[in-house]
Design a protein around this ligand. Sequence first.
Ligand code: FES
Length: 172
Amino acid sequence: MENKSEEKGITRRGFFQRILVGFGLIISAGATGAIASQLLKSLMPSGWFGEPYVYRKVYAAPITEINQVGASIIFEDKANNRKAILINNGGNIQAFSLVCTHLGCQVFWEKERGKFLCPCHTAVFAADGSVESGPPEKSLDQYPVEIKDGLVYISFREPTWQPEQYFRGEGL
Ligand code: FES
């Protein structure tokens, strides 16, 4: 005696074959996706899929220029068009971006008050870069500092690759 599915033209064997084909298609689709993803990764710059930033260490100044409490030095990295300020905060050497986090004006360090001031919309940042008053919602960017053999280095966070490197065929 035939069961209902066989009556409708589907045998038990046909039914299982269809299930197996369905599983096969799902597994093939997964494998194809994995291969395509690996292929795409090999073609794209590494920064697209890995850690998008690296820290680039740049020599800033000899420690003798900043070893007095309250001293500050503006460091200009002309090659990369950026500035930072090194401050001796109670013996702790710290580096901050001079770019105001509101609309990008340049802040300045007022040693007497021990604060950063932004002239554009009168923002005040504390010596640790946090916002004290004014419109900014974010603290000043702070950069890691390293002192080695009497020299101070600042580490700037940068993308692992630049779009123009991709088009020049570098950094892939
Ligand atoms: S840009 Fe600095 S407070 Fe507006």
